[in-house]
Design a protein. Structure first.
Length: 571
């Protein structure tokens, strides 16, 4: 097993069902998270390979700072060539797995090859052993039942990464569930179809048990303690991270986008939703408090922002956790559904079947546009998600995402870029987010800059290229460090502090400038992979309906010129 220098890769070869633990090339030793994934994939994955074939690789990598106890560094990156987009893909997730992988001393887990049989395996990782265990009894089971079975066998303390039926069936919108602090499979690496990649490798779940191993101590304990006080104070002084997010969670954004006229409504046909007050942060807080749920809940150990929640049903029983803005809007207003209980049921089903809530909500919205279902039909939407889980013909169409759904039903208004659905910010009213959707290397991706928080008027094209460039670079290094995206408020203006506390803990030599250099390097690496896979600037465009159909209430279109889009990554 690895020693404590935290520089080992765990390779799992599914061609031969063999496991190898080895030192990676030196170039990867100072990388983590998204940076490690992008570099490794460019070096080791054929850009024109089949995403669900033998030559794709699934890489699971904690952030560079996840090997520390610095608060808010517990995010996990999972990557591969995407079966949804055909591009490189990194999906970022909370939960307990990242820190547990670090406790075991691994920098990355690499799953490669493809078993010739249809056997189903669980990868079990402990301090003493790594093994593949055949588990045919888990075939077709949802994530909740799968995790319960595995925790009953391997212990309540373990972290579990798992896929549901959608991943087993190879659906391009399938994700990977990660257990939260309570052991529920409710944290999700949802975007890009990585659950299908994991399913193609014959892996149903990964069980991680660090036993009593701890994270390493700071290299300079005194310096770290001194800097930690300043670091934590930045979060306490920021009203968003100290008050808004712990109280209302990301659902607070519903009221913001509603006011801005940017909340996707009925398949991106309008920018305001008449029932927004029934699904916003205030409504979520009220129902959560009334039913004995919880707000101010951390999505992983060591989080001091605590934007997550536990949402109970009307009888006070657990329904789902981590009911977030993107899910609420894509499965809510985008489908014309204004009931939080229905949205929470849909969230639970998507988590259980292992399907991305964003892609599913967009696909259902497109199907509603086609007349498959009426907008606002909550029970009908629940049935559609069940069909995804059962693998009916209609369910398999929806499970391939909004792009395929739009093609099958000939829907003009299909909100995808590089075949990945837009998230919950209409780019006509948040044009900086539209630039990001169009140009990020991984398809329409809100976590690289959603259009909120910039200095320019979000309704005007001026300044949006600069906005998007800044936040795409920031997102790339934040994901590489293992930081939560919401740390940007306290930390982006204090990068010297971030460098100093990182150096004091892990003995690094980071400077303020290191972060921007890292972000640019990551994006350039991802773009190089995509170019080798056949992508060019013509793919960095929003669907034309955003340019032609004015969005109510502001009656604006997306009008950032194409030639400006082509210059976002010119640094």
């Amino acid at each position: 097993m690895p020693d404590r220098d935290r520089n080992f890769f765990l390779y799992v070869n599914m061609d031969k069902c063999e496991i190898e633990i080895s030192k990676p090339p030196e170039k990867y030793s100072s990388l983590g998270g998204r940076a490690l994934i992008s570099s490794f994939i460019l070096d080791n994955v054929d850009p024109i390979c089949s995403p669900l074939g033998r030559f794709n690789k699934l890489i699971i990598a904690p952030g560079l700072l996840s090997h520390s106890s610095i608060p808010c560094t517990g995010r996990l990156s999972i990557g591969a060539k995407s079966p949804l987009t055909g591009t490189i893909k990194e999906s970022n997730v909370g939960g307990t797995a990242s820190k547990d992988i670090c406790r075991l001393g691994y920098r990355a887990i690499v799953i490669e090859g493809r078993p010739e049989s249809d056997k189903l395996y669980v990868l079990v990782i402990t301090p003493d052993n790594v093994k593949l265990v055949e588990k045919p009894e888990l075939k077709g089971k949802g994530n909740y039942e799968t995790v319960k079975i595995l925790k009953d066998e391997f212990g309540k303390r373990v972290s579990v990464l798992s896929i549901g039926p959608a991943g087993e069936m190879g659906m391009a919108a399938a994700g990977i569930a990660v257990t939260n602090i309570e052991g529920m499979p409710s944290r999700f690496a949802g975007r890009g179809g990585l659950g299908a990649v994991m399913g193609s490798k014959g892996i149903k779940a990964i069980v991680i048990d660090p036993k009593n191993l701890q994270l390493p101590k700071p290299v300079n304990s005194e310096k770290y303690k001194e800097l930690l006080k300043d670091y934590v104070s930045r979060f306490k002084e920021n009203p968003v991270t100290s008050t808004v997010l712990p109280t209302y969670g990301t659902a607070n954004i519903v009221s913001i986008t509603q006011e801005l006229g940017a909340i996707p409504t009925r398949n991106f046909s309008e920018g305001r939703f008449e029932a927004a007050d029934l699904i916003n942060g205030y409504a979520l807080k009220r129902l959560t408090d009334e039913r004995g749920g919880k707000t101010g809940h951390p999505c992983y150990p060591g989080c001091i922002i605590k934007c997550s929640n536990i949402y109970n049903d009307p009888n006070g029983g657990y329904l789902t956790s981590g009911l977030e803005y993107e899910t609420i809007v894509l499965l809510g207003s985008n489908c014309g559904i204004g009931d939080l209980d229905t949205i929470a049921k849909l969230d639970r089903l998507c988590d259980d079947y292992g399907i991305d809530t964003i892609e599913t909500g967009a696909a259902v919205g497109v199907a509603m546009e086609a007349g498959v279902l009426n907008f606002g039909d909550g029970e009908g939407t629940i049935d559609l998600v069940h069909q995804i889980g059962r693998g009916t013909t209609l369910g398999r169409i929806l499970g391939q995402g909004a792009g395929v759904t739009g093609k099958v039903f000939n829907v003009y208004r299909t909100p995808v870029v590089k075949n990945q659905s837009l998230a919950a910010y209409d780019p006509r009213a948040l044009k900086g987010g539209g630039v990001t959707y169009a140009t990020t290397p991984m398809g329409a991706d809100h976590t690289n800059g959603n259009g909120l928080g910039g200095n320019s008027d979000p309704l005007r094209p001026e300044g949006q290229i600069e906005y998007s460039r800044y936040f795409q670079i920031a997102a790339a290094y934040i994901d590489s460090l293992g930081l939560c995206w919401f740390t940007r408020g306290p930390l982006l203006g204090n990068l010297e502090l971030l460098a100093e506390i990182s150096n004091s803990y892990l003995g690094l030599n980071l400077t303020k400038d290191s972060f921007e250099m890292l972000g640019k390097q990551v994006i350039s690496t991802e773009k190089e992979f995509n170019q080798r896979a056949g992508f060019n600037s013509s793919h960095d465009r929003l669907p034309e309906f955003f340019k032609l159909e004015p969005l109510k209430p502001h009656n604006v279109v997306f009008d950032v010129p194409d030639e400006e889009l082509d210059n976002v990554h010119n640094w």
